[in-house]
Design a protein around this ligand. Structure first.
Ligand SMILES: Cc1cc2nc3c(=O)[nH]c(=O)nc-3n(C[C@H](O)[C@H](O)[C@H](O)COP(=O)(O)OP(=O)(O)OC[C@H]3O[C@@H](n4cnc5c(N)ncnc54)[C@H](O)[C@@H]3O)c2cc1C
Length: 357
């Protein structure tokens, strides 16, 4: 049997599959990505918000600095290599307090050296800007912004296609076979296969035991006859002013009805959120309403690693609601693991869920 034509096949061209392909190709590996036309892509729907202090208590993940550095490098490197405009748009964020308790959390975090780099000055009630209702005031955050994910995914798709590294198809379990020598995906033969399918990993017969907790989200794209804000505003919902004009507003969370269909209930929840956030919501047009499913996990850490028995099958998933910030770092360590055998950190390695023999 001749040498294998593909080093790494990847299922899924969301942000995870795209950036993993980017890293592997940089390491001079032959890659083939199989994607079903973004049929259920969370990355295409996402606002791409980068927020180091997620959550009600404004805590930062211990690797936030590494994620931020990696993110800035990777998005810039891709924009330069492809000759495109910047994908990451740094923008300050006004964080609105939602309760007196949150004001206390913020005060406590001012003493916390780990989060100080992300904090700027506080502001009082209704000082967030003329269009924004902020009855409890808030504070400014730094090192925030958004990533233009749909444009990034389109550009990377074209780049993959240009080097014959993309197949537009659904990868069905019946078309995949792995043995000691190779992996077969339909007619193609690869040395290794990495699944980057987002929440649909729960239907993957080799990795359906991973504790993915799908979290459906709905989101709006808006046009407004008057300017609403120059900064990102983040309270019960977030509002992002886009470089190309218009705004994104979101997002809902739903854990029971898991699909990618926008619903009337989701839309009315968002419309109500908009009324609550803006001093005057007249002159606003909803130009798009979309839905997707975040691949969240039980412990909020990513899921990287190798199948416990079939050593040619791998997974790179579990990025929840912060893929734009964290996937660049994870894709790099996954590539180093696959190519050089570098160790994965134990908190992201799926070995934490496999029984020890
Ligand atoms: C409404 C909403 C708002 C969000 N906002 C933000 C935000 O502001 N900031 C942020 O960081 N994150 C946000 N997220 C989360 C973000 O989308 C995810 O963290 C990230 O995009 C996940 O990327 P992924 O590549 O793992 O999965 P996905 O983007 O879902 O990619 C998986 C790809 O694989 C394809 N696929 C799956 N199965 C198969 C198969 N069998 N064969 C072929 N192709 C297959 C899918 O169609 C898709 O193209 C949001 C999510 C939602 C839903």
């Amino acid at each position: 049997m001749g040498p294998l034509e593909i080093d790494f096949a990847i299922v899924g061209q969301g942000l995870a599959g795209s950036l993993l392909a980017w890293q592997l190709i940089r390491l001079e590996k032959k890659v083939l990505v199989i994607d079903d036309g973004h049929r259920t892509s969370s990355s295409r729907v996402a606002a791409g918000l980068v927020n180091p202090l997620a959550g009600m208590r404004f805590n930062a993940h211990p690797r936030t600095n590494e994620w931020l550095d990696s993110m800035a490098d990777v998005y810039q490197e891709i924009a330069q290599a492809l000759g495109k405009g910047a994908y990451f748009h740094p923008l300050p964020m006004q964080r609105l307090f939602r309760s007196p308790e949150q004001r206390r959390f913020h005060r406590r975090q001012l003493e916390n050296a780990a989060v100080q780099p992300y904090l700027a000055e506080s502001f009082g009630p209704d000082e967030a800007g003329p269009a924004i209702r902020a009855p409890d005031g808030g504070f400014c955050q730094q090192k925030t912004g958004y990533v233009a994910l749909p444009r990034l995914l389109d550009d990377l798709r074209q780049w993959l296609r240009g080097q014959d590294a993309l197949i537009e198809a659904e990868s069905l379990p019946g078309n995949v076979a792995a043995d000691e020598d190779e992996v077969r995906v339909g007619e193609r033969r690869a040395a290794q296969l990495i699944f980057c399918e987002g929440y649909r990993v729960r239907d993957n017969p080799w990795f359906d035991w991973l504790p993915v907790q799908p979290d459906k989200g709905e989101i709006l794209r808006l046009q407004s006859s008057q300017p609403l804000t120059h900064d990102i505003v983040n309270g019960a919902h977030w509002l992002i002013p886009l470089a190309e004009g218009g705004y994104r507003f979101g997002a809902t969370h739903e854990h029971r009805q898991i699909d990618c269909q926008p619903t009337p209930q989701g839309r009315s929840r968002l419309e109500q959120g908009l009324e609550e956030l803006l001093t005057d919501a007249t002159g606003i047009e909803i130009v798009e309403h979309e839905a997707g499913v975040r691949p969240a996990t039980a412990d909020r850490n990513a899921l990287l690693g190798t199948h416990p028995k079939i050593r040619r099958l791998h997974v790179c998933n579990g990025f929840g609601a912060r893929g734009a910030l964290s996937i660049p770092w994870h894709a790099r360590i996954m590539a180093d693991y696959l190519v050089d055998g570098a160790l994965l950190p134990t908190d992201v390695d799926i070995a934490r869920y496999t029984p020890t023999p």
